[in-house]
Design a protein around this ligand. Structure first.
Ligand code: SF4
Ligand code: ZN
Length: 307
């Protein structure tokens, strides 16, 4: 399910195995290992297999490529056009894709919007250029994000902005304030914000630092804190790998309940789902937020999570 015009609607998510992202340097992203040499024909075979059983229930279709759907080297222009035509013919109401800002051009977005309502997801991660550049190695500035968002809007599309909760080298408390500030600064350029909770992907710098016990994915309480304070813009969150060793987590006992509340909030945008949540570990999380900055930025509870 996904949000469509403020209501929950059926959604089909397709992951196309393309050659992958051309940037592939972000410190938390393991997508580089997921690509494969794929011709345009290969991509069409994948797309047709994925949409074989598409039904009228699937009002929203998301196409992810572990890179940028609008990068013509990843998805050739002619294949993109065939995919868009296929979705429009199937009666899909809305398409969601992802792209780095450098591939967002008026022509590409107009091409898409002319066939189907289109949302472009952009991984801004944080509104802070210093954190984006040094902690994430993202390779673009807030200004470039802003310009790409303007291009999408001018072409009649909408923008989903991804924010990363807890990039490397940030304490739990700084991560929360960075996400809150980022939400506030990105909201004017976004139709919806999507909070991604950092998880440990293979082959990344984040994994190497986590293995040394010097990084911990965010607490789920931190996600709740951010989501309940962002009431000025729509914000969704899919707590991928919640409670898993490599994912965002609390104490283990309350993880599933909190993850469920986060999923419920994504569909209802109702912050009251967080009101009655409680667990003995909440006090520990509060102490971590308060004290971690005094511990030279190292996570206070990393030992139990070391390999
Ligand atoms: S996070 Fe996005 S831009 Fe960065 S390497 Fe991964 S796919 Fe590429
Ligand atoms: Zn707990």
């Amino acid at each position: 399910m996904d949000l469509l015009d403020g209501e929950a609607a059926g959604c089909l998510t397709i992951i196309l195995r393309t050659r992958g992202c051309r940037w592939r340097r972000c410190t938390m992203c393991g997508y580089a290992s997921e690509g494969a040499p794929a011709t345009g024909k290969d991509l069409m075979v994948q797309f047709l297999a994925a949409t074989k059983d598409i039904s009228s229930e699937d009002r929203v279709v998301k196409i992810y490529t572990s890179g940028s759907f609008l990068d013509p080297v990843e998805v050739p222009e002619s294949i993109r056009a065939q995919i868009l035509d296929g979705l429009a013919a199937a009666g899909v109401e809305k398409l969601v894709v992802e792209s780095r800002p450098e591939y967002v051009t008026a022509e590409r977005v107009e091409d898409s919007v002319g066939r189907i309502r289109t949302e472009v997801g952009i991984g801004l991660e944080t509104a802070n250029d210093l954190i984006r550049s040094h902690s994430i190695c993202k390779g673009f500035s807030f200004k470039e994000f802003e310009e790409a968002a303007e291009v999408v809007h001018a072409a009649g599309g909408s923008v989903k902005t991804y924010l990363l909760l807890k990039p490397l080298f940030l304490s739990e408390g700084v991560a929360i304030s960075d996400a809150l500030r980022s939400a506030r600064e990105a909201a004017p350029f976004s139709d919806v914000l999507s909070l991604n909770l950092a998880n440990i992907q293979r082959g990344t710098l984040m994994e190497r630092i986590w293995m040394r016990g010097e990084y911990r994915p965010p607490w789920l309480w931190s996600a709740v804190e951010v989501l309940s304070r962002v009431t000025f813009a729509p914000i969704i969150c899919d707590p991928v790998a919640a409670g898993a060793r490599r994912g965002p987590s609390n104490c283990g006992r309350c993880d599933e309940t909190i993850a469920e509340a986060i999923r419920e909030h994504a569909l209802s945008q109702d912050v009251s789902v967080f009101e009655d949540l409680d667990c003995g570990c909440k006090a520990a999380w509060e102490r971590v937020v308060e004290l971690e900055d005094l511990a030279f930025g190292s996570p206070l509870d990393s030992d139990s999570r070391r390999l």
